[in-house]
Each structure stands twice: as structure tokens, then as C-alpha cells.
Design a protein around this ligand. Sequence first.
Ligand code: FES
Length: 118
Amino acid sequence: MREQPDEKQLFYNRHVFFCINERKAGHPRGCCADKGSVQLRDYMKQRAKQMGLKGIRINAAGCLDRCELGPSVVIYPEGTWYRCETRGDADEILDTDLRDGFLVDHLLMAPPGRNATE
Ligand code: FES
């Protein structure tokens, strides 16, 4: 089993990947971009900067393969998955998880295999 890296070994303490993948209209899996993820990711990045959060990187990501549950966000090193549909959701993830270190329970995605769409 791999050990969790010490915080001092990490280049970023928390690394956020926000899916902005876009597919052609009518694709059976849909895509996060159609649900506003590009604007939400930009908002989250801008607000994180305004908040002065240190050691946190918010990156655009390609498809994270949880399309039906998105807009998909995953935060490492913990591997916490969120559905981020609104600016309010982005604010909660920033304030509660990234700043204060608590999970935002009502935005958590079900673990793989525990959701009817997977
Ligand atoms: S399109 Fe966002 S997870 Fe697949």
C-alpha cells in the first residue's frame, strides 16, 4: 500500500481538477461544459485567488469519466469528488473544504458503483 505523502512533500497542498470537457450535442453521456463547468471553474479559480488561499491549485480537466454526475470536481490528495452545479456550490467547496478542511456532504458524489447512473 502506498503511503500518503507528507504535506511538506507536496507541491500543492490541495489540487482541484474541474472537468470542462465538451462533447457534441446529443452525446449519450452529456458533458460538464454543457452544465456550465467552464464558467464555474473560472469563478472558483478567481474566488480562490481573492480569498488568498495558499497551496491550492484549481486546474481545468478533461473528462473525469463521471459525466452523468457532473459538473465533476475532484480534489487531491484526498480524492474527494464533488458535483458543482452553481456558484453557491463552488463557494461551499472553497469555504468549507478548501479553507476550513471539512467535507461538503450534500455535494459529494456517490462512490463509484454506488450510483444508479454508473
Ligand atoms: S464530461 Fe465531465 S466527467 Fe466526463
